[in-house]
Design a protein around this ligand. Structure first.
Ligand SMILES: *[C@@H]1O[C@H](CO)[C@@H](O)[C@H](O)[C@H]1NC(C)=O
Ligand SMILES: *[C@@H]1O[C@H](CO)[C@@H](O)[C@H](O)[C@H]1NC(C)=O
Ligand SMILES: *[C@@H]1O[C@H](CO)[C@@H](O)[C@H](O)[C@H]1NC(C)=O
Ligand SMILES: *[C@@H]1O[C@H](CO)[C@@H](O)[C@H](O)[C@H]1NC(C)=O
Ligand SMILES: *[C@@H]1O[C@H](CO)[C@@H](O)[C@H](O)[C@H]1NC(C)=O
Ligand SMILES: *[C@@H]1O[C@H](CO)[C@@H](O)[C@H](O)[C@H]1NC(C)=O
Ligand SMILES: *[C@@H]1O[C@H](CO)[C@@H](O)[C@H](O)[C@H]1NC(C)=O
Ligand SMILES: *[C@@H]1O[C@H](CO)[C@@H](O)[C@H](O)[C@H]1NC(C)=O
Ligand SMILES: *[C@@H]1O[C@H](CO)[C@@H](O)[C@H](O)[C@H]1NC(C)=O
Length: 498
């Protein structure tokens, strides 16, 4: 066998050198000097064998390893006279100096050039390849089981408690996932149960943080549909912060001269809309990549007359796919729409300075949500303890999609609702039921909701299961997790939905 011949020559002469094969299903190995051993987190079942010389044994083990695409490390164990094969490598285990002097460890080498013309290409590129497998659905070459794409190679997935930084970095076959931990790291751990919150920002146990990236009072939140970055309006800290996925460390996006950051929105062009909305004023600051920062209104006018060219007591913000900006005006009892470039807004829900509980009126307006596909704006009608849905450009008559049965803890009731969000398909509404310290889910059309997080009876607390003043919520782009700004606990919690 050519493999054996080539390998034995090189092994005899230069340990630590690489052996290059040309065929796709062959591999490049690195062999340590004698006296090393591999410390694995996990190993696959080793086959038995007996052979004579050390070199022949290693070559045999090497060829066994090469036949299995999940094998990344191997040695010959003299004590048991077996080849040991591992699916772990130095990214998940380590090669250490061994007390057993005859031990030699071999490992398959993985280089980005191996993948350059294979990975994510059509399946004819990876027939018989040990480096990738054909994904039948997309007909493309993808990483084999127990590995993930790290941007340049298919590298071994990580085991329990190892530090991770991407969603699929952990051993999916062992049901591990990359989750935030109380010590403010992200580590591979068992998928946490639904309704147990994971702390993304702040302290998981109610201890109030004072670090520069901690929050003093998170209010509105949003997650970029483009890159999954979490944006937080830290109302009490008077800043807008951003947090990259798999990072607990934030960055201040805007801070100068803010009075009361209340809400934030990011659109599909990664433009940021940030509401500074104290009682006496209201401004939406706009940061569009590559352009000069702007705001609406251009000049910070604001009077209690709730005129069309001002945003008095601005609260929540949402933007549709055409760039129309919707802003709720807490003390004007309306939601207004500003088309791109407009100097004035128009009322799309509620009646200016006319609070009420009929279907055409609102009584203090908190957060809003716009669903493009539905052409609808959802409004958190705070003091009416209900969520109203309005058709954009319709007759301005709202229909109640959650609550509306008075203030209380019944599952058909809400108590001072704040943040809302709706799934892309328009079928499910999530509500931050602020005074009930809970998150409710309402299927559109139902007359009562169900509990997603927090206490059914409204109890507040700082444990992973409880909330204390949930202000706003946001879905991640895959709609797998619901993020909640847990205001009084000064933290952002995340709940798995499925
Ligand atoms: C060799 O194997 C025996 C039995 O499997 C075990 O008790 C012993 O510790 C092993 N020795 C070494 C050096 O691994
Ligand atoms: C794989 O190819 C698809 C389609 O060309 C592309 O959208 C995707 O970003 C690629 N993925 C990676 C990780 O390169
Ligand atoms: C992927 O993993 C390999 C091996 O650990 C490493 O050398 C490489 O830098 C990683 N690539 C990226 C883009 O992280
Ligand atoms: C996980 O790793 C950390 C840091 O290495 C360590 O302090 C902790 O005890 C480990 N947890 C478990 C369950 O092994
Ligand atoms: C992973 O989860 C699935 C589905 O719950 C289960 O069938 C399987 O046994 C689990 N695997 C491990 C290694 O725990
Ligand atoms: C709470 O968590 C923080 C880290 O977020 C830790 O420093 C602190 O010791 C924990 N306190 C308690 C009482 O567990
Ligand atoms: C917009 O504002 C941000 C935050 O204050 C700042 O970093 C950025 O440089 C500004 N962009 C322009 C074009 O002025
Ligand atoms: C904008 O609103 C202001 C205040 O209500 C009003 O005076 C002005 O005429 C409006 N401008 C336009 C173009 O409608
Ligand atoms: C408003 O329009 C909706 C349909 O969008 C309709 O069901 C409703 O009857 C209308 N209400 C009034 C008062 O016209």
């Amino acid at each position: 066998m050519t493999i054996v011949t080539q390998l034995s020559l090189l092994c005899l002469i230069h340990l630590f050198n690489y052996i290059q094969f040309t065929k796709e299903d062959q591999s490049l190995s690195q062999i340590t000097q004698s006296g090393w051993e591999f410390l694995p987190f996990d190993n696959s079942i080793p086959p038995l064998l007996t052979t004579t010389t050390t070199t022949a044994q290693l070559i045999y083990c090497s060829s066994l390893c090469n036949q299995r695409s999940d094998c990344r490390t191997y040695d010959f164990d003299h004590n048991t006279t077996r080849c040991r094969l591992w699916d772990a490598d130095t990214t998940t285990g380590s090669i250490l100096i061994s007390s057993r002097s005859q031990s030699v460890v071999g490992s398959i080498r993985f280089f980005s050039n191996i993948y350059r013309n294979i990975y994510n290409q059509s399946c004819d590129k990876c027939i018989q390849s040990r480096y990738s497998i054909c994904d039948q659905i997309t007909n493309t070459c993808q990483c084999p089981l127990k590995t993930y794409w790290n941007g340049s190679i298919c590298t071994a997935q990580l085991f329990q408690n190892q530090t991770c930084s991407t969603a699929n970095a952990c051993r999916t076959d062992l049901n591990l996932t990359c989750e935030p931990q109380c010590d403010r790291t992200f580590r591979c751990s068992s998928i946490s149960p639904i309704s147990v919150g994971q702390t993304i920002v702040g302290s998981c146990n109610g201890t109030i943080g004072i670090g520069s990236t901690d929050l003093q009072g998170p209010w509105g939140i949003y997650i970029s549909p483009i890159d999954g970055i979490l944006y937080v309006a830290d109302c009490d800290g008077q800043t807008f912060n951003s947090y990259s996925p798999f990072s607990h460390t934030g960055r201040i996006v805007l801070s100068n001269g803010l009075i009361q950051p209340l809400d934030v929105f990011v659109d599909r062009t990664n433009t940021l809309y940030m509401v500074d909305g104290s009682v006496n004023q209201g401004t939406v600051f706009i940061q569009r990549p590559g352009t000069i920062n702007s705001s609406i209104p251009a000049i910070g006018l604001s009077t209690s007359s709730c005129l069309a060219n001002e945003l008095y007591a601005a609260y929540g913000v949402a933007v549709d796919q055409y760039g129309n900006i919707y802003v709720s005006l807490f003390l004007c009892y309306t939601v207004v729409k500003w088309i791109p470039g407009a100097q004035n807004g128009t009322v799309v829900a509620g009646q200016r300075l006319s609070p009420g509980s009929s279907s055409t009126k609102l009584k203090y307006v908190k957060f809003i949500h716009v669903n493009d596909d539905q052409n609808a704006v959802y409004v958190s009608d705070y003091q009416n303890n209900r969520i109203q849905k309005f058709i954009i450009g319709g007759n301005r008559t709202g229909i109640t999609v959650a609550g509306g049965a008075g203030s209380g803890t019944g599952f058909n009731q809400l108590n001072s609702p704040a943040g809302i969000c709706v799934t892309r398909d328009g079928q499910t509404l999530y509500v931050a039921d602020y005074n009930n310290n809970r998150i409710m889910k309402w299927n559109i059309g139902d007359t009562q909701g169900s509990l997603v997080a927090g206490s059914a009876t409204g109890i507040s607390g700082e444990t992973a299961q409880l909330l204390n003043g949930p202000a706003d919520l946001a879905l991640d782009p895959t709609e797998t997790y619901l993020y909640v700004s847990d205001y009084n606990n000064r933290r952002i919690q995340r709940f798995r939905l499925r």
